[in-house]
Design a protein around this ligand. Structure first.
Ligand code: PRP
Length: 233
């Protein structure tokens, strides 16, 4: 049987709003956010290998992806909306609308190096560095602004390993609790940026599905405010 490919996603054809969600550490607070809005179908992601689920009553479709792929899905309109860390948005500079800081998933992008190296290191004397990172563009821009030549080795995970095996002396990576740095004998030496989870929206969907998209943004905004209120109490 011949299989035909249709460039228009099923979400767009059926008037469904497709929302791309990040796998990994942001998924749990994202599930809490949607549960607060009465949406419970995301539990399917927690205990299976499913990559897509739907809330048919609300005409919502949820996709789970690697965080780095979410801005691409949203920019191209394969998803109408997405949730992703500000780190990925700063790295990728995609053409998407970013209406809401969701305030969870707070972390920092830092330069780190082995504790032994730090004892004799002076960041003011840096002129050339070799760094391993998942964020080549942010790293390049940061050191270029400081007039430091950065030789960048792009990796996709477990960055803390690179200095331990001599691949690079330093890394540029996210720090949340600091536990991974500590357990691998690394210390933070400079902070490059702060990041939290953000809601992003495809620019065409913002126009063509304006009322539904705005209603979802407002519902999420209320949830985020309510969560912040509970945290303060
Ligand atoms: C991230 C980041 C650090 C770690 C920091 O990695 O790249 O390795 O979390 O968290 P901590 O400060 O709370 O220890 P992630 O768990 O996403 O996996 P990865 O290394 O495979 O990218």
């Amino acid at each position: 049987m011949a299989v035909t490919w249709n460039s228009e996603s099923s979400a767009r054809r059926n008037g469904v709003i497709a929302i791309a969600l990040p796998k990994g550490r942001l998924l749990s607070p994202v599930m809490t956010l949607f549960e607060g809005m009465g949406i419970t179908c995301l539990r399917a992601f927690a205990d299976s290998r499913r990559l897509i689920c739907e809330d048919t009553d609300r005409q919502l479709q949820f996709l789970t992806l690697k965080p780095a792929d979410i801005p691409t899905y949203v920019e191209y309109g394969a998803a109408d909306m997405g949730i992703v860390g500000k780190d990925q948005l700063l790295e990728q500079c995609r053409d998407v609308y970013e209406p809401l800081d969701l305030r969870f998933g707070a972390c920092r992008l830092v330069v780190a190096e082995p504790a032994e190296l730090q004892k004799q290191d002076d960041p003011h004397s840096w002129s050339h560095l070799r760094l391993a990172t998942k964020y080549p563009h942010l790293t390049e821009a940061y050191f270029s602004r400081k007039g430091i030549q950065a030789e960048i080795i792009k990796l996709n995970g477990s960055l803390e390993l690179a200095p331990l095996v001599g691949l690079a002396e330093r890394i540029v990576d996210l720090v949340e609790t600091g536990q991974t740095l500590k357990e691998n004998g690394l210390v933070e030496v400079e902070e490059i940026a702060k990041a939290t989870a953000r809601l992003i929206v495809n620019r065409a969907s913002l126009k063509t599905k304006y009322h539904r998209v705005q209603a979802l943004i407002e519902q999420m905004r209320k949830q985020v405010d309510a969560q912040a209120e509970r945290a303060r109490a």
